[in-house]
Design a protein around this ligand. Structure first.
Ligand code: ATP
Ligand code: MG
Length: 140
């Protein structure tokens, strides 16, 4: 099977608490490789566009405020079954429901400030990678 790629974001609650390295280490220990990366402060339009699928949800405004509240670190992760492997390492959306040893169980503050984002399928992975990275920025 060819290696797969997924988009990962270390969210503002985690960058604020200086957890970037610890979280990246979880990915690497799981066999996921960082093949592209950038640190930036999302603009409101960028955060709204990225989470457009949740526009009608009651938590949308809070989510956009949170995602623009500090820097994020965005990476493309590559590996066998990268999309599902990353979701496993991340744990459930709500840290109280996340399995022991997952990033969200160990680091998330709450269901909103939950430390990481990961693409949820092949179509969203391709779309989200294109949203943040050009082909030239991905080194394999
Ligand atoms: P992500 O897309 O960030 O990887 P996810 O796929 O586990 O997370 P989604 O349902 O796509 O969860 O929700 C996107 C994000 O919106 C969550 O990660 C979280 O930050 C926020 N969120 C989801 N549900 C709630 C909620 N009930 N209250 C507040 N924020 C929420
Ligand atoms: Mg999601």
């Amino acid at each position: 099977m060819a290696p797969e790629r997924t988009l990962s974001i270390i969210k503002p609650d985690a960058t604020r608490r200086n957890l970037t390295g610890e979280i990246l280490s979880r990915f690497e220990k799981a066999g996921l490789r960082v093949v592209a990366q950038k640190r930036l402060l999302l603009s409101r339009p960028q955060a709204e566009a990225f989470y457009a699928v949740h526009r009608q949800r009651p938590f949308f405004a809070g989510l956009v405020n949170f995602m623009t509240s500090g820097p994020v670190v965005i990476q493309v992760l590559e590996g066998e079954g990268a999309i599902s492997k990353n979701r496993e390492v991340m744990g459930a959306t709500d840290p109280q429901k996340a399995a022991p040893g997952t990033i969200r169980r160990d680091f998330a503050e709450n269901i909103e400030a939950n430390s990481v984002h990961g693409s949820d399928g092949p179509d969203t992975a391709a779309e989200e990678i294109r949203f943040f990275f050009s082909t030239m920025e991905i080194t394999g």
